[in-house]
Ligand binder design. Structure first.
Ligand code: GLN
Length: 537
């Protein structure tokens, strides 16, 4: 018999950015560590079909799943915590919901009825909320509702949660995350914003079962009692989420308050099996007690907004912990790098990572960063646009094609070493039309990459339109920039290296999306290892 599916709904109140994604991921981790099969999905109340068309300034990184969905960066946390892939079904936006309903209306599927937010939009939200539970893979599905309770656009979602709670009864738990601010002037934690936020949720018909309070100071018995009394929440179900030293500590902080036990009890599930977190705890221990440090420059154009490079940042953290090393990331704005000043910014770093990106702004700075890393033997890691910058730099400064470029940046370059793929040439729509998701990559036998991965055929995730131009493959290889990873289906170059350099790897894909706490990505661990070597020399 298929297992019963249980649902946990996570809402947020008072302000955004309280870390719903981290709380959801941490609770999921605890439940998974007790042997439950868990997944997390996120519902985002904006009208974009997906965040793929959103500027990183708007929404941070766009995270890409194996099946090629462009999703919210919280899905990255879900994968990094649970070590399980997510998919398109794990991220739904209001845009997607409306598009589906409107398409149905155009087909005549509603048989002449008036199509309305209630019930048609809410029904579609409910259908999507239950979708992942249909194939028997999961016993517990955590649904994070983006935004804040009280937002106009969140209303249909809260209504869907209300209806599902009514329909599913004890198989549902509602968790509400709020802020309990500390007023320094009076030295007090204030509960009123939380009371108001819960009241708003109650007005929408949803009584939270669990309160999680973000606070700078421990709540203490009195504050917890007050919150329990005024919010109709059992005292043992009021939890605190204090600022942690690292997000990876949060599962343990929640476990120490027995949150997973309370949740399981409310769902009528057994909590006999203790959470198995040894590997996780050893990672956190190494992370918090590093024995060494490396300085790695991250060259990008959104560096003032670190969320734009979330997965790279986390992959470096995972890799650092693997070596008991703290990775001190120096965020370097690519627009600031010039041929004159690049060396002064970069020489002395133990590694240079040139980040993914789009468009001409700051691209010349990325190319300069490659040049310095290549000329000075600094470990270099180029990801996507960073790899393309490496190819261009080599074509310019080693092959002597001074005007080599990507046709994305200079459509008329006489040396288009990076060019639009044939199948991209007629694409005019921006949304969801890049090369997206997992592709195979065949590594050259006995290459450094083969050794690093420990296997010959790998699968990595993509998100780009432009490609290494095979017309220049031989020239570049003869000059020392070797292709060592090829897509076996379409013969595209996915990885280039300079064998004579201590560590110089450019990858057309995004390895950062696959790095998790339990399985740091081999390219990142190797890069950090090379940086450690560099720091000692
Ligand atoms: N702009 C480049 C392309 O579209 C690289 C994209 C990226 O770095 N994700 O090919």
């Amino acid at each position: 018999m298929a297992k019963q599916v249980n649902y946990i709904f996570v809402t947020g109140g008072v302000t955004s950015s309280l870390g719903k994604g981290i709380v959801a991921s941490s609770l999921a981790k605890l439940l998974q560590a007790r042997g439950y099969s868990v997944t997390i999905q996120k519902f985002d109340p904006y009208l974009n079909i997906d965040p793929g068309t959103l500027n990183p300034y708007e929404h941070g990184e766009c995270y890409v799943t194996e099946d090629g969905a462009e999703t919210d960066l919280d899905l990255g946390h879900y994968e990094r915590f649970l070590n399980r892939p997510t998919s398109q079904a794990n991220n739904v936006t209001t845009g997607r919901i409306y598009q589906h309903v409107i398409d149905k209306e155009r087909r005549g599927d509603y048989l002449g009825k008036t199509v309305q937010i209630i019930p048609h939009i809410t029904d579609e939200i409910k259908r999507r909320m239950l979708l992942l539970g249909e194939d028997g893979r999961y016993e517990i599905i955590i649904t994070e509702i983006g935004g804040t309770v009280g937002d106009i656009e969140a209303l249909p979602y809260i209504e869907a949660v209300r209806q599902l709670r009514w329909e599913l009864g004890s198989r549902c738990v509602s968790l509400h995350l709020t802020l309990v601010p500390f007023l320094r002037a009076t030295g007090e934690l204030k509960t009123k914003p939380t009371q108001h936020s819960v009241k708003m949720l109650q007005e929408a018909g949803v009584q939270p079962d669990i309160l999680v309070c973000r606070a700078e100071h421990s709540l203490g018995e009195d504050v917890r009692r007050k919150l329990a009394l005024f919010c109709n929440v059992a005292l043992d179900s009021v939890f605190e989420s204090l600022d942690a030293r690292t997000i990876y500590e949060v599962p343990m902080l929640l476990r120490d308050q027995a949150m997973d036990q309370v949740v399981l009890r409310k769902l009528g599930l057994s909590s006999e099996r203790q959470p198995e977190l040894a590997k996780w705890e050893s990672f956190v221990h190494k992370l918090l007690h590093p024995e060494r440090e490396v300085r790695i420059g991250l060259i990008g154009k959104y560096v003032e907004l670190k969320d734009s490079y979330k997965s790279i940042n986390e992959a470096l953290i995972h890799a650092g912990a693997e070596h008991s090393a703290k990775v001190d990331i120096q965020w370097i704005h690519s627009e600031e790098l010039t041929p004159e000043n690049a060396a002064s910014h970069l020489v002395g770093l133990h590694g240079v990572l040139v980040a993914p990106g789009f468009g001409a702004r700051g691209f010349e700075g990325k190319i300069e960063a490659v040049r310095i890393a290549r000329e000075h033997g600094i470990p270099f890691f180029g990801i996507c646009f960073g790899m393309q910058a490496a190819v261009i730099e080599y074509a310019r400064n080693v092959l002597g094609h001074q005007s080599a470029n990507s046709t994305e940046v200079d459509p008329n370059t006489p040396h288009p070493v990076i060019a639009l793929m044939e199948e991209q040439k007629d694409v005019t729509e921006k949304g969801g039309t890049m090369r997206l998701g997992s592709c195979d990559c065949l590594l050259s036998p006995d290459s450094k990459l083969h050794k690093l991965y420990g296997t010959i055929l790998v699968s990595e995730r993509h998100r780009h339109r432009y490609e290494f131009n095979n017309a220049y493959r031989e020239q570049l290889a003869d000059a020392g920039l070797q292709p060592v990873g090829i897509n076996p289906q379409n013969d595209l170059v996915e990885i280039v290296i300079i064998p004579s350099h201590p560590w110089f790897i450019g990858v057309q894909f995004h390895p950062e999306y696959r790095s998790t706490v339990e399985e740091p990505h081999p390219l990142f661990t190797s890069f950090v290892e090379a940086a450690l070597k560099q720091s000692q020399s």
